[in-house]
Design a protein around this ligand. Structure first.
Ligand code: FAD
Length: 345
């Protein structure tokens, strides 16, 4: 997510503005590079872990391989080339292709006249996180892990061991360790930790429609770098997403953003999606930190850990972040330097 794509709404708070001030603060190029490498490691290690879990537990989930980044002008391409050089030095396979070549990977794609070049990243992946989560849940239930859905944690207190208080009950449950991963709804649980949580709740949109004609539909993922819009294929459906709003409510949708989702899909993949009745438009929030890295590590309370603030990459970083929190709790070395993602950084 880039800042110039961020819309500021009428409900913006002082906390949001403080976060925005920190976001705008210049981070040195070295720190930016280090942070990008941490994020890359979380995503790459997580990807391998996702594959290993699905293979070990013998479940399948919808997934495709390959992403195209669409670039509208030479200036943007030059900026991206710099990033690409860095990515390649980390082992990412990527190549620049012409607008005509895009159709070799995406036969249903209708290239806009403005398309200048595209970057093809064959090993990027799209995966259905809901199906993966259901597969993991089933495997864990077989190991006697208990899940309590529709249950609100009202409070967490820690003496020798952390205790969880459930809303509507005076009883508590005691554990050796508790990991708080409450997304954007974090404040009530973490205010007693006395650690500043430099996260903002940013809203974004997605549109999901059924595939109408296979031949006209996307095969994997495309990201339009100019409009900050992604189109991905998920099984028999197509999902388009875009938008970044600070200080807006979920019940109020921006009509322009919604129109944009429909227009981009129709223009880039005409005849690919079925708009008759099955379309879902969703506005959701994500917790975004000012430096773009998640918050993973110990809180100020004994045995209470935090795993928050993954921004637009929560699914991409999910297993990598889980590996970090497991390493931190177990006192083992981690896939990334835990100081970079520490709540106290
Ligand atoms: C439109 C849109 C598109 C996105 N696309 C992508 C994408 O393509 N790839 C990607 O990697 N990421 C994407 N993201 C980001 C991703 O959705 C988030 O980063 C991810 O959901 C964060 O996961 P989480 O589990 O940390 O938090 P959440 O998904 O927010 O889950 C937190 C959970 O905690 C529960 N909770 C909160 N408080 C309590 C409490 N007190 N007691 C009990 N439970 C509580 C909530 O009910 C919720 O179920 C997208 C986000 C949006 C909005």
């Amino acid at each position: 997510m880039t800042l110039h794509a961020l819309k500021i709404g009428p409900r913006v708070s002082w906390e949001d503005l403080r976060w925005l001030g920190n976001w705008r603060k210049r981070i040195s190029p070295e720190t930016l590079l280090q942070n990008a490498q941490v994020a890359h490691t979380l995503i790459e290690a997580g990807k391998q872990r996702v594959h290993a879990i699905a293979a070990n537990e013998k479940f399948e989930f919808e997934r495709t391989e390959g992403q195209l980044i669409l670039v509208n002008n030479e200036a943007r391409l030059i900026q991206l080339r710099d990033k690409l050089t860095t990515l390649k030095s980390w082992g990412v396979v990527a190549s620049e292709i012409s607008p005509e070549d895009v159709q070799k990977f995406e036969p249903g794609f209708n290239a806009p006249a403005t398309l200048h070049r595209a970057i093809h990243i064959p090993e990027d992946e799209v995966g259905n996180c809901r199906q993966f989560a259901l597969g993991v849940k089933k495997a864990l239930q077989a190991m006697d892990v208990q899940f309590h859905f529709d249950t609100t944690v009202a409070n967490i207190q820690s003496a020798l061991k952390p205790r969880i208080y459930i809303r509507g009950s005076t009883q508590f449950h005691e554990f050796d360790h508790v990991v708080v991963c409450t997304g954007t709804r974090t404040h009530t649980l973490t205010q007693s930790f006395k650690i500043p949580m430099p996260m903002a709740s940013i809203a974004s949109y997605s549109l999901t429609a059924r595939v109408k004609e296979e031949i006209n539909a996307p095969r994997s993922a495309l990201h339009d770098a100019h409009h900050h819009t992604s189109i991905v294929r998920m099984g028999k459906r197509i999902r388009v997403s875009c938008g970044a709003e600070l200080g807006t409510v979920l019940s109020s949708r921006n009509a322009g953003t919604t129109r944009h989702l429909y227009r981009v899909l129709q223009e880039m993949f005409p005849g690919g999606a079925d708009y008759s009745g099955s379309v879902q438009v969703w506005k959701g929030t994500m917790a975004v930190t000012a430096d773009g890295l998640p918050i993973i590590g110990p809180s100020s309370q004994n045995g209470v850990w935090l795993n928050l603030g993954h921004g637009p990459n929560g699914w991409g970083m999910a297993c990598g972040s889980a590996m970090c929190i497991a390493a931190a709790i177990g006192g083992r070395s981690s896939i990334v330097d835990l100081k970079k993602v520490s709540p106290l950084r």
